[in-house]
Design a protein around this ligand. Sequence first.
Ligand code: F6R
Length: 326
Amino acid sequence: MESMIETLPGQYRWAAELAQAEVPAARSALICGMGGSGISGDVAAAVATGPVFVHKDFGLPPWAPSLPESIVVAVSYSGNTEETLSAVESARAAGLPVAAVSSGGRLSQLATDGGWPLIRVPGGLQPRAAFGYLAGAVVRLIEGAGLAHDVGLDEAASITATLLGDGLRGPGRRLADDLAEELAGRIAVIMGSGLTAVAAYRWKTQINENAKSPAFVSLLPEADHNEVEGWTTLGTALRRTVGVVMLRDDSEPESVGARFRPTSRLLGEGATIVGEVWAQGTSRLARLASLAAIGDLVSLRLARIAGVDPVAVDAIQQLKQTLGES
Ligand code: F6R
């Protein structure tokens, strides 16, 4: 997994250098995908300048056909994910144009046969380790549709290259190792807001899949209206079992920034506050990519501490086999 994460900066660069995708101009987009593929929809929605929605389920939301001049973007690294193929089927039945991002499988075949715009990402990786390819390709597609501009893929490449460094020995590694030492043996709660909410979700899923550990996301300002009550009655035993990391961004609205510290003080009554990580960079994409890269490193360190293989996803594969997907 280390060697896959090392390719992240090159993945963003690859996407930056793609020829402009030939997609019809659209006034909105609906990105459909699951897991390590689906998160590229969240990234696209976070950097878009027009309405971009994300769907992680079978079929399409009931309102999808009434979106004005919309395009459905199906993202599946394997190309064989049941929910994503079902979304494609529903989109075709509703007469919506479809574009695809995949490394192969049935989705690539359908796109080729149907003459739909298709960005083929390099294969041979775990989907979650192809984050830069997938997010980069989806962002390029919505850019082609006129729903994003100057997204910052080059900056995402250079910032992640600096953070990860040669052989993953860059400054991000030290920060991530320190956080992981504190998080080890605890259930991680990753707190974010707006742009950093997407990174928080990436941290959660990377900790789940790489470190085989439970992790949850907590979102501000919403958590201040419910979750903060939930932490107040936990005793010291539980306090040791939960570790909170806050993902911050210089450009977060003051109204949100002002909530992090008092919220963490309240949370600190029931959980261990492990630390804060600040986004780096100028563009929204680079800031998100910087936080995601640190989260990847944290998950790898947690895997090492726990002595688990970060690559294997036996439970996911077992489920897919049971459901006849792979
Ligand atoms: C595995 C992973 C999973 C898959 C998900 C969907 O590394 O991250 O979350 O991404 O099961 O599969 P694909 O991406 O092939 O559509």
